[in-house]
Design a protein around this ligand. Structure first.
Ligand code: TXA
Ligand code: MG
Length: 298
């Protein structure tokens, strides 16, 4: 299959309506999108990414009206959070009332993750399609998420027909994923919508930041080819020309740096851990996973 990079939105809509899959820009990272109501399209997403079959997908919508049409339960707290943070990088897990969203997406769970992305291109495409789009990050499973069209091409060339080029992603890290239990918000994956921001709405519980408990986090994640070592405090890495250092990791560029160091032939990448506060919590979470929990304390 030939993979084209373009900004031909009508071609993307045409392919999606035919049950094909297309990589699309969002404000967080590029997503690999398919019709959320078409199990065959969903199967193509899992195949193209080599995604483990037990890792459910996020369904992208144009708002809560579309969520209700999907037969998902929308508690009042979800409504208020969406009003404040949508369109944007907050993914909310909601209980299913029926099977409009197939098992292929929810992987046997009784819930579905939904998000309204803050990307005019993606929103326009969902509206033109008339159906929601399931979309995981558009990387090969395990590798860093793509934050520009070229990253998607590097991973999925030959596996998908089209990549829509929307330039660099504004946020550069995947969305915050939360679930709701009564009046409590539980953060399963930290992101640009921080615990501090969410705590204005309800009590916030953060999944243990040093443990791989959340769904999907059992698997290898965000890993470049080079070995990553996370460092806390001051450190003196050994002298080695194939060793690279990220001293001051930041959201927008972390994944691009990891990919660039791979291209430069890095054997090992040392990354200094930020304080796990604000957006730093999301960076911390991605870095310790990229390092496969290999952390040097000093
Ligand atoms: O920013 C983002 O969220 C990007 C863009 C494309 O929207 N998408 C993304 O998707 O990062 P993905 O598939 O790479 O990550 C989705 C995460 C996984 O950790 C998955 O386990 C979790 O969301 N998830 C999805 N559905 C879930 C559910 N029903 N319950 C718990 N976790 C769920
Ligand atoms: Mg991903």
């Amino acid at each position: 299959m030939t993979t084209t990079i373009s900004n031909n939105i009508s071609r993307a809509v045409e392919l999606l309506k035919l049950g094909e899959i297309v990589a699309l820009p969002t404000e967080t990272v590029y997503g690999l999108a398919g019709n959320a109501l078409n199990p065959e399209a969903i199967a193509k997403i899992f195949t193209a990414k080599n995604r483990p079959q037990d890792n459910p997908l996020i369904v992208h919508v144009t708002g809560m009206d579309m969520v209700r049409e999907l037969g998902l339960e929308v508690p009042e707290l979800a409504e208020r959070l969406a009003k404040r943070f949508w369109a944007g990088s907050l993914t909310i897990i909601l209980r299913k009332n029926n099977n409009t969203i197939s098992e292929a997406i929810s992987c046997g769970l009784d819930s579905v993750a939904v998000r309204m992305p803050n990307s005019p291109i993606m929103l326009d495409i969902i509206r033109q399609c008339g159906f929601p789009l399931a979309a995981p990050s558009a990387n090969l499973s395990g590798s860093p998420s793509p934050t520009c069209a070229e990253h998607v091409y590097a991973d999925l060339n030959g596996r998908i027909p089209l990549i829509i080029d929307g330039g660099n992603c504004e946020v550069g890290l995947e969305s915050t994923v939360i679930s709701l239990a009564g009046d409590t918000i539980r953060i399963l994956r930290p992101g640009a919508v921080t615990p501090e921001m969410l705590s204005e709405f309800a009590e916030v519980i953060i999944d243990d930041k040093d443990s791989p408990l959340s769904p999907g986090t059992r698997h290898k994640h965000y890993c470049p080819k080079a070995q990553v070592i996370a460092c806390r405090g001051g450190y003196q890495p050994p002298a080695n020309p194939n060793l690279y250092i990220i001293d001051n990791p930041e959201a927008h560029t972390l994944y691009a740096q990891l990919r660039k160091f791979d291209e430069m032939g890095a054997e090992c990448i040392y990354i200094k851990l930020p304080e796990p506060e604000g957006i730093g919590l999301a960076l911390y979470n991605r870095i310790i996973r990229a390092a496969n929990f290999n952390i040097i304390e000093s």
